[in-house]
Design a protein around this ligand. Structure first.
Ligand code: ADP
Ligand code: MG
Length: 250
């Protein structure tokens, strides 16, 4: 099967005041990839996700999803097209249960795609249960979301993002604040979504052992610009990348 370009970013620019948070970034993802964006705090990783998902206005450059130019589309329209993101912006309703949160995400998506005569609520029940199962939340389905453990909240955020039925998923520090065991569980789940459901995934992560363990392709951001790119082995051997991570595990 020919690999299709699912995400194409050309000369993307974003500045905050005088600060170039995104500096002429060219970037591409093929369908089915599992990639990571790395770089020190303030490198521009979250800003990049915000530009790709319509949460920040782009100053210059273009973003393509498949062959559609989605530059500066509003977030709801980008989400409807098949791009979801999770983390660093919480989308959980803390007073609803786990089940209600996931069902709400599915219904919101269905409202956009089904007609008036579709048995939407009935379908959402099965889909909600499936997502609860996939993300390992069965035991906490009836718990009020605000009372979930940190790890389970992350799982719920992932389930809500999946409820949008995305083809492309952005995860901004999916394991922040997690124990080693929770980190591995979450990343194993993310890897399964990539492998078994064919989701194209781009994630950011501080822990280099997680990055090198799970991403098949890495992009290194520094001061808003890409300074290195390639397989984990290529990036590990890259001098510019080594300089940035001097003293760290990479
Ligand atoms: P990262 O996610 O890699 O830690 P960010 O994308 O959050 O980096 O930030 C990149 C730079 O842009 C930082 O210098 C940050 O202070 C700045 N920045 C991010 N968001 C805003 C904003 N809304 N307003 C002003 N500056 C911002
Ligand atoms: Mg960030």
């Amino acid at each position: 099967m020919a690999e299709e370009v699912i995400l194409g970013v050309k000369k993307l620019v974003k500045s905050f005041g005088g600060l170039l948070a995104t500096n002429h970034v060219n970037f591409e993802m093929k369908t089915g990839e599992m990639s990571a964006i790395i770089g020190p705090n303030g490198a521009g990783k979250s800003t990049f996700f915000n530009l790709l998902t319509g949460f920040h206005a782009v100053d210059d450059g273009t973003v393509y999803f498949k062959k559609i130019n989605i530059t500066n589309w509003p977030p709801y329209k980008i989400a409807r097209l098949g791009i979801a993101r999770a983390f660093q912006v919480s989308n959980i309703y803390p007073k609803l249960t786990t089940y209600e949160n996931i069902r709400q995400a599915i219904l919101t998506q269905q409202k956009k795609t089904l007609n008036f005569f579709s048995p939407a609520s009935g379908m959402a029940q099965k889909e909600t249960r499936d997502l609860i199962e996939i993300t390992g939340l069965s035991e906490n389905a009836q718990m009020i979301a605000g009372n979930l453990s940190q790890g389970d909240k992350k799982r719920l955020e992932l389930a809500i993002a999946l409820g949008q039925k995305p083809e492309l998923l952005f995860l901004d520090e999916p394991t922040a604040g997690m124990s080693g065991e929770e980190t591995q569980e979450t990343m194993d789940l993310v890897a399964r979504l990539n492998r078994e459901m064919g989701l194209t995934i781009l994630f950011t992560e501080h822990d280099m052992s997680v990055v090198f363990g799970y991403a098949r392709r890495l992009t290194v951001l520094h001061a808003g610009a890409i300074i290195a790119e390639g397989s984990p082995e290529e990036v590990r051997a890259n001098e510019a990348a080594q300089k940035i991570y001097l003293g760290e595990e990479a």
